[in-house]
Design a protein around this ligand. Structure first.
Ligand code: DGY
Length: 327
């Protein structure tokens, strides 16, 4: 292993993170912060020991085939790693790490904000004020729906799903969840949560659905057109996980037809492209993939990246290694 690892960072990171990376390693930064083209990324992977990637880098089999022999670690800046072909990386002897845990609360806060925002019509209310159209209070003005007492169905009850459940419980919502594995009874009891082995059955019985599972081959279009049709017409869909988990075209069709009451989406199927049809719907709130966007969280993500690279450089297994079996 060389004295100082050569590290390529594909996007701008918070200043303290970039500074510390520079102190520890031979770092090449992407000063422009424009996502790297495939050619630029391939070039970067030829000469680097470590690549610090983000979800805007598609590191698939073809990309990995072009990597140089030096590349030994992809230290992803982010929890989700569905943009990296972890199995191929492993075959080529390249470790992959991520940054779990530090963005749980921020993402859960944003999810809760969206769970409140759509039934209570925050987007429409804010737009009315900004356009200067508001002419005062009225008994029927801007009436939305109460979340207290409603059933929240959480799809994916990992760290973020559980953090959403804690918040929603505090707002008086009834917690329902679907997960590959049922939670330990202590956690379930603490949340007063109801487990549904059958996602279909849960979807038909809940008022708000929150997507909080990772995107894997098994969860691609988990909310398919068929499953979305199981939702009540009064239901809302909130997605702060990954766009690919919901069949976005089917969702748009149903929102337009009034077959679902509304949706709040922080993530999209073909980011950064956002369907104009979604933008035009009044009962849809869109955010630019900002669930984890806090200064504190982004610095902590950087610290995780630093620890993963440093541990690797010191000859140890990085703490946040991800494996193909985790998909
Ligand atoms: C992640 O870490 O995967 C998030 O989606 C980025 O905020």
């Amino acid at each position: 292993m060389p004295d100082r690892l050569s590290v390529v960072v594909t996007r701008r990171l918070p200043e303290p993170v970039e500074t510390r990376l520079g102190e520890l390693f031979n770092v090449t930064l992407n000063e422009t912060d424009v996502p790297m083209s495939r050619d630029a990324l391939a070039e970067a992977m030829k000469g680097a020991d470590v690549l610090v990637s983000t979800l805007t880098d598609e590191i698939d089999q073809r990309m990995l085939a072009q990597a140089g022999d030096r590349l030994k670690l992809i230290a992803n800046y982010g929890a989700g790693f569905d943009h990296i072909d972890v199995a191929t990386a492993r075959q080529r002897g390249v470790l992959v790490t991520n940054t779990p845990g530090v963005l749980t609360d921020d993402t859960a806060d944003m999810t809760m904000a969206l769970i409140l925002a759509v039934p209570r019509r925050l987007k429409e209310g804010a737009a009315k004020m900004q356009s200067g159209e508001w002419d005062g209070w009225s008994p029927l003005g801007m009436i939305g729906h109460r979340v207290t007492g409603k059933r929240l169905g959480i799809v994916g009850m990992g760290r973020i799903g559980q953090a959403v459940a804690r918040r929603a419980k505090a707002f008086g919502m009834q917690i329902h969840y679907h997960n590959r594995k049922r939670l330990h009874a202590d956690i379930e009891n603490g949340l007063e949560a109801t487990y549904w082995e059958s996602l279909d059955q849960m979807l038909a019985r809940t008022d708000v659905i929150s997507i909080n599972c990772p995107h894997t081959p098994a969860t691609y279009h988990l909310l398919s057109a068929r499953r979305l049709k199981l939702l009540k017409p009064t239901a809302y869909v909130v997605n702060t996980a990954r766009g690919e988990i919901v069949d976005e075209n089917a969702l748009i069709r149903m929102l337009k037809a009034g077959e679902i009451a509304g949706a709040a989406l922080d993530v999209f199927e073909n980011e950064a492209a956002v369907s104009p049809e979604l933008r035009d719907l009044p009962n849809v709130m869109l955010l630019p993939h900002m669930g984890s966007a806090t200064v504190e969280g982004r610095v902590e993500m950087g610290e995780k990246v630093l620890i993963n690279i440093k541990t690797f450089a010191d000859g140890h297994r990085p703490p946040d290694q991800v494996l193909p079996s985790m998909l």
